[in-house]
Design a protein around this ligand. Structure first.
Ligand code: AMP
Length: 511
């Protein structure tokens, strides 16, 4: 049976009632207990509901207890929310505002620099200047919990619409499979505009655990140090963060000592990651989970220990079984697929999103329905090629132009659209050894690559800006007259840049 749609909010309010002094959120500068957080949630809910029944709330707040309270407050008011990415360039933030058309924006004085161009036409609620009473009980709710905006191939972000039912299903699975208790101290590393943060926020606050946002510069650079200092028992991030820890020489038994569980999602976990973790802490448990934003964070899980992990490693670590209630199937693979055990991963069940915000065409292209056990379930075609081998399911590669850069989802088409927006004639961005390279058509030698990168930084998130811009006379075409990205990669690998082109390769900047 599916859990009640408001289970995460209900469990939070019930725990706050019974354990008001238990620490809910512990940041570098401030500790907030469950009682205090619940008061803020109830007051925000009242002020949101006063604007409109079932309001759409844009959360313009940094990672931390105010943002978490605003999420729960939007749910309590019967509405839904979209978290704004405060580290995205202002043009991107303005686009989120325009697409979402919120009924209100919730912010705090220190985070409020306004939006460029269009200021919100709606009311702005300052979380530190709330007046009026708190809300006693949750109001009648709409279907949606949140809308998460992610990279879209045309340059227009796609808003993934997650219903309350999906959030409740996922959170209930997380509490169960991770055996979360009030003694747990849980990392909150991902930006709140990325859906991996949903696991931290609802996983911890729905189970009475203490959530520790890592928003200080030191903790973001030295995350393993924070594990020791904050006594974290649960760690959740993309695997790239393990690379960061490793490079900084931080993956030590001393730093990882408090942990009981590390959980990963968002990109391939590798044997190297596991070996580094288990070398430091042979007794820690690792969960590899897999899933897209469109199916509420993750839909599979594999439990790994130092004794068992070798059985689940091929070119990367296996993805595990579908979580209870979700179904994972491999659709017939693309032309050239060799084995029947290989195919696009299709996901169905209660965690699948309702589609993309106000984008019926993109919704129709990626979502569908399937009849299972007499019920109609939503279905999402992931664009991931999966392969079953030796009883395990492995991620092979993407079937489209979506890539991951240090764990961040990027549509290469969005980078090309931004390049064209900067006045470039034609461009093709590809990923080579994890980094983005843009090949820009410039037959008359007019483009200044550094100036172009600066212009791109005003339109794209830092991780979306190509590390190298190569100026070329023309782009190679494939047999069906499409720009041939594979030919560009092959030529780059052979000689640095394709034959007969001028090259400008700026130093690699940092994010
Ligand atoms: P996002 O919506 O940002 O979570 O990105 C979803 C995509 O990340 C999936 O469609 C996969 O391509 C990739 N992904 C997520 N989890 C894993 C995993 N455990 N292993 C490999 N790729 C993953």
């Amino acid at each position: 049976m599916s859990p009640a749609p408001d289970l995460p909010l209900g469990r939070f309010l019930a725990f706050a009632e019974s354990h008001p002094r238990h620490p809910a959120v512990e940041a570098e500068d401030r500790q907030v207990d469950y009682g205090e957080l619940a008061i803020l949630v109830r007051r925000l809910a009242r002020s949101f509901a006063a604007v409109k029944p079932q309001p759409k709330v844009l959360i313009h707040l940094p990672q931390g207890h105010r943002a978490y309270a605003a999420m729960l407050g939007a749910l309590m008011a019967g509405g839904c929310y979209a978290p704004n990415n405060l580290s995205a360039p202002s043009a991107r933030q303005a686009m989120t505002l325009k697409l979402f058309e919120p009924d209100l924006v919730v912010t705090e004085a220190s985070a409020w620099t306004g939006f460029p161009g269009d200021s919100p036409a709606c009311p702005i609620v300052d979380v530190d200047a709330l007046t009026g009473p708190a809300l006693d009980a949750p109001l009648e709710a709409g279907e949606l919990a949140y809308v998460m905006f992610t990279s879209g191939s045309t340059g227009r972000p796609k808003g993934v619409m997650i219903p309350r039912e999906a959030l409740a299903h996922y959170a209930a699975w997380a509490w169960r499979s991770m055996a979360v208790t009030p003694q747990d101290r849980w990392s909150q590393h991902p930006n709140i505009a990325f859906d991996l943060s949903v696991l931290d926020i609802y996983g911890a606050l729905g189970a009475g655990a203490t959530l520790c946002p890592l928003n200080g510069a030191r903790d973001r650079l030295m995350p393993a140090d924070a594990i020791r200092r904050l006594g974290l028992t649960l760690w959740n991030s993309v695997p790239s963060v393990v690379d960061l820890m490793r490079r900084a020489g931080q993956l030590t038994s001393e730093n990882l000592a408090p942990l009981r569980l590390m959980t990963f999602c968002g990109e391939p976990l590798t044997q190297d990651h596991l070996e580094a973790i288990f070398a430091a802490r042979p007794d820690v448990v690792v969960h590899n989970t897999y899933g897209p934003t469109e199916a509420t964070v993750s839909c599979t899980m594999l439990r790994l220990t130092s004794a068992s992990y070798r059985r689940a490693v091929a070119q990367n670590v296996a993805l595990g079984e579908a979580i209870r209630g979700m179904t994972l199937t491999l659709a017939p693979g693309p032309a050239g697929s060799v084995a029947s055990e290989e195919g696009e991963i299709w996901l169905s069940g209660p965690q699948v999103a309702l589609g993309y915000w106000r984008d019926p065409r993109a919704t129709e292209a990626a979502f569908g329905e399937v009849r299972r056990q007499g019920r109609i379930e939503r279905l999402y075609r992931t664009g991931d090629l999966g392969r079953r081998c030796g009883g395990q399911l492995y991620f092979q590669r993407r079937l489209d132009q979506q890539v991951k850069v240090a764990g961040h989802r990027v549509e290469l088409g969005a980078v090309d659209a931004a390049l064209r927006g900067c006045g470039v004639l034609a461009a093709c961005t590809v990923q080579i050894d994890g980094e983005l390279h843009a090949f820009v058509v410039d037959p008359e030698d007019r483009v200044d690559p550094e100036a172009l990168r600066r212009a791109l930084a005003g339109r794209l998130a830092a991780y979306e800006v190509p590390k190298a811009i190569h100026l070329v006379d023309a782009l190679p075409l494939s047999a069906n007259d499409k720009i041939d990205g594979a030919a560009l990669i092959a030529a780059y690998r052979r000689q640095g840049v394709p034959e007969g082109v001028s090259e400008e390769m700026p130093d690699h900047g940092s994010d």
